[in-house]
Design a protein around this ligand. Structure first.
Ligand SMILES: CC(C)(COP(=O)(O)OP(=O)(O)OC[C@H]1O[C@@H](n2cnc3c(N)ncnc32)[C@H](O)[C@@H]1OP(=O)(O)O)[C@@H](O)C(=O)NCCC(=O)NCCS
Length: 432
């Protein structure tokens, strides 16, 4: 067999046969491994990887992460620059379209999104039908999925114009649905969008407006929330993006695919960690309790929530930016007394050998819960805020999927461990 430089030579010790497996972009194709068989009629070798910890499911040009160096880039632009200088809607355009907009493109994009913020009145009707204490994430997931029934043409995913309008609709309507889920639990009337306001101002208006003619949000709060949306806008093949892609691979409409992503985000291992951080900080209560708490963590009694990450083995770049947003928000709302506890906890942990050795640094969730609480969001709303920010990322991933010729319906293999060839005994005999 001829040898190429970027390849792997695999020797199957069952047969003694050698295989040359090409390496492309730092990966080998699982299908090439499938060519390795112990006999003519035997199945090809499979790759076992629960949780996809070392399996690339796609090629993507949306988001780049280098976890060792703490780098996060959307379409090549460092997150720090985008958070500081851009706006959420511009970042949404960048993620979806692949490049930054010209002035005309941006104005058109903002116009389109602003004028699709309203939802069909029947959406309001069925949202009102949820139980009085319905979790806002459940309401958001159901209502996004239900939008597919209002836009049946969204099933035509091979049409580029059709895809574009559904993307605009979804980014536009997400704050409306998220805010209404919030008002529902509070028993307050739903507030209609105010299209005179910016995207993030309008969201705050739908959340908090009462009888005043126009809701006026503090500029610093608007900027902080807009920044948080930017920081959450995409994170490559995380659990919810993977859910959107897996469901989208069946060629279903984007509303159904994104509602699957919302379902994945709802889980405590994905979107729920900031709530756990807040609970932890409240339990610690004050700085004097920190050493005892850290000892407990080191003894394996519990984890320091908001620390550590599957990908980042360095400071999560988003955590640094959130720390700065904290200062801006607390200038308006007054300092959350738990901030002191969080800062001291971070300082102690970063100097402690246990955390240093394991490369455990603060992640995005360490400070975000403090901000959300200062803004008077109940913990159930934290994941809804995450979902609104993540929507352009899900849609960029979905769009890429629909145009990727290499993609197929997502259908993993299994290693079967159950019984075979049993004989069924009719119930009259089994239950006699
Ligand atoms: C995020 C997380 C799930 C990543 O897990 P992972 O990549 O599978 O890492 P592991 O669980 O294998 O942890 C590696 C080591 O660090 C320790 N560790 C990881 N995170 C820790 C934490 N937050 N506190 C204390 N120890 C931690 C583990 O106990 C393990 O130690 P060991 O080698 O002595 O057994 C994990 O760091 C965690 O649970 N963090 C807290 C929850 C959180 O903040 N989640 C939000 C993520 S954005």
């Amino acid at each position: 067999m001829s040898s190429v430089t970027d390849s792997l030579t695999v020797r199957d010790n069952r047969t003694g046969q050698e295989y040359e497996v090409p390496i492309l972009d730092g990966a080998i194709k699982a299908a090439d491994i499938g060519k390795i068989r112990s006999g003519e009629d035997e199945p090809g070798l499979a790759v076992y990887d629960p949780g996809f910890v070392n399996t690339a499911s796609c090629r993507s040009s949306v988001t780049f992460i280098d976890g060792d160096k703490g780098i996060l880039e959307y379409r090549g632009y460092p997150i720090e620059q985008l958070a500081e200088q851009s706006s959420f809607l511009e970042v949404a355009y960048l993620l979806v379209h692949g490049s930054l907009p010209s002035k005309d493109e941006y104005d058109q994009w903002v116009h389109n999104i602003t004028y699709h913020t309203f939802v069909h009145e029947n959406v309001k009707g069925f949202m009102e039908g949820f139980r009085y204490d319905a979790h806002p994430m459940g309401m958001l997931m159901a209502s996004v999925g239900a939008l597919s029934t209002f836009y049946p043409e969204s099933r035509n995913i091979s049409d580029a114009d059709n895809r574009a309008i559904q993307i605009i609709r979804m980014i536009a309507k997400m704050p409306t649905l998220g805010a209404w889920s919030f008002r529902h639990a509070q028993g307050k009337p739903y507030v209609y969008p105010d299209n005179e306001l910016s995207y993030t101002e309008n969201f705050l208006s739908m959340l908090f407006k009462m009888s005043e003619p126009t809701y006026q949000a503090d500029e610093r709060i608007v900027k902080a929330l807009d920044t948080l949306f930017i920081l959450h806008a995409d994170h490559e093949q995380n659990a919810s993006a993977n859910a959107v892609r897996a469901v989208g691979s069946t060629q279903v409409d984007p509303y159904s695919a994104v509602s699957a992503g919302i379902g994945a985000l709802f889980g405590p291992l994905h979107g729920g960690a900031n709530e756990a951080v807040l609970r932890m900080l409240k339990r610690i209560g004050n700085k004097s309790e920190i050493p005892a708490f850290i000892e407990g963590v080191k003894n394996g009694n519990e984890r320091l929530m908001g620390f550590g990450h599957r990908v980042y083995k360095n400071y999560d770049p988003r955590a640094k930016i959130i720390k700065k947003a904290c200062d801006d928000v607390f200038e308006v709302t007054g300092v959350n007394p738990l901030l002191e506890v969080a800062q001291e906890l971070e300082k102690i942990a970063l100097e402690d050998e246990y955390f240093v050795k394991r490369k455990l640094y603060p992640n995005v969730d360490f400070y975000s819960g403090l901000i959300y609480e200062a803004l008077e969001f109940p913990p159930e709303m934290f994941t809804v805020l995450f979902a609104i920010g993540r929507t352009p990322g899900w849609l960029a991933q979905w769009l890429e999927l629909t145009q990727d010729k290499e993609q197929k319906i997502a259908r993993p293999k299994q290693i079967y461990t159950g019984s075979r060839g049993l004989t069924y005994t009719p119930t009259e005999q089994r239950w006699a």
